[in-house]
Ligand binder design. Structure first.
Ligand code: SAM
Length: 177
């Protein structure tokens, strides 16, 4: 299992970012996203997209994001610009996940992340050591973890599907050819 945990959510201000963490987790191959319990609006949006465009993908709220990190039975990756370089640790993370079957928790922050998280993580990982965004960091990390295979994924239970095309937009019912 690969789960993504969003640490911290400022209602209003973080609404789109938290939603995008959820949508990116879903689109790029994670199985589940856990959001802080004040992010109900983001949960609704992610659940609605999953309903229409398919899954399986789970979105949940938690009243203790740090409790999730502490209690995680598997490995924890914390994405942070201060961490080790993704290109240096990705093999070890992949091995733990694919070979040893450890459930993986990928943690991304919003504002300042408590230092406990740095200590509890098995790896603190920087996608570059430059400041950018939790959405970008998550996307690159998942793509590295799955080595691009997430791009081939099939979706189940969708009621619509986008037909890729050079120009224009075509969305069809999922069971149409
Ligand atoms: N300034 C905050 C701190 O010191 O903890 C982080 C704020 S940043 C806008 C929000 C989140 O984006 C971070 O918690 C981290 O998960 C992610 N992030 C930003 N830059 C990153 C990078 N270079 N590599 C990995 N994750 C990054």
């Amino acid at each position: 299992e690969v789960a993504v945990l969003r640490l911290g959510h400022r209602p209003g201000r973080d609404e789109r970012m938290t939603t995008h963490v959820g949508l990116t987790a879903r689109a790029l191959g994670a199985d589940r996203v856990l959001l802080p319990d004040n992010a109900g609006q983001s949960l609704e949006t992610v659940a609605d997209i999953t309903e229409r465009f398919g899954g399986p993908f789970a979105v949940e709220l938690t009243d203790s994001t740090q409790g999730v990190v502490r209690g995680w039975e598997g490995k924890v990756v914390h994405l942070t610009m201060y961490g080790e370089r993704v290109q240096d640790v990705e093999d070890a993370v992949r091995r733990a996940h694919h070979e040893d079957g450890d459930p993986l928790l990928i943690v991304v922050g919003a504002e300042k992340v408590p230092f406990d998280v740095y200590e509890e993580a098995d790896w603190n990982v920087g996608v570059t050591n430059q400041p950018h965004s939790e959405v970008a960091g998550l996307a690159v990390f998942l793509d590295r973890l799955f080595e691009g295979r997430e791009l081939e994924r099939e979706w189940e239970g969708a009621d619509r599907r986008v037909v890729p095309m050079e120009t224009g937009k075509r969305v069809v019912s999922a069971d149409e050819e």
